[in-house]
Design a protein around this ligand. Sequence first.
Ligand SMILES: [Zn+2]
Length: 418
Amino acid sequence: MTERLYYTDPYLRTFEARVVESLQWDDQPAIVLDRTAFYPTGGGQPHDVGSLNGIPVVNVVEREADGAVVHVLNEPWFDSAHHRLAANEVEGQVDWERRFDLMQQHTGQHILSAAFVERLGANTVGFHLSGDYATIDLDRAPLSVKDLAEVEVLANAVVFENRCVAARFVPDEEVPALPLRKPLAHKGPVRIVKVPGFDCSACGGTHVRATGEVGLIKITRSERRGSETRVEFLCGRRALADYQAKNTLLMDLAREFTVGHWELAGLIHRLDDDLKETRRELRRTRDALLDAEATALWQQAILVGSCHVVQAHLASRAPADLKHLAQRLVSHPQTMVLLAGGGEAGEMVYLTFARSADLDVHAGILLREACQAIGGRGGGRPDFAQGGGPQGDQVAQALHIALQSLTDSINATRETDV
Ligand SMILES: [Zn+2]
């Protein structure tokens, strides 16, 4: 079993040790040392990174069989150019910035979890910590904004008091008398981490020596998950970085809109109301324009038998506009609408055909024929059809084909009627 130096000194950044085993771990080179300051993944806390004789340590795991700490390296131990010391002696260096960050988050979690118990009687049933993300799961839901704020205030009060954080292994006989926040999860030696007068937990992780080093504890989000609540939080440097980013965002927005940052919420509500009103106004104006345009088109309709045919190429109009126009036009009885849009300067050309309910013509079939002329495709129902094609220069031809088919069809019907 590897001697774990971080148990007694979590502030140890460099250490010397001996290699006791060289192995492959998941196809990567790895070594076991007689002693290490590297924390292996466990108890919700991620592993350390760093280097051994300059070789990067990319993963640290505890081997279940014998409790050895396995240091996974990103290059082979024996072939290494960094292999400066004697074959089995190493100098280890822990990436302190990452470790201290994890110690801040982890100790902050102890304090936050204890504060949830004290204020709300809510127990922590899950803990996740990664390089950029920390959450606890609580056995209570829902939690109000006020609940969360009260817990946050209590947790930070414990930080401001700068209480010491002490960790030690306790003899088995002392365990039953300990005021543990959570029951023990497994057998074996018990290591207790204590914030005097506030929290007592069994934990094998690394912690700061006094609560003041945790820095600010800030809850950033909470999410109900059935009967539980997941709470996202930041401590220390992470909380500062988050404050800096959010402050910059607010200040930038305030400058852009020339208001105080405290006026932004009101401003956004007003802008949102304005936007909604503008959209309504735009819709009314567009409707009025389409009405007027439909009226003008209707006046240019030609008669084929008793059928009014509205045929036009409106190059600047999008398919949605063509649809709106067609719907207005076919409210007139005995009306067939053959509209084209787009098709300028090599763009796609769109066709929209529609008929009034009292006509016995299939708009979808007419459209399918017409689309062939513009090298495209389309179709639809007997009363409404849309399509398009790439050959914009053939749009007149496409409309001509449609008109011709329509005329043939109407004439055939009339002859049958006669
Ligand atoms: Zn802990």
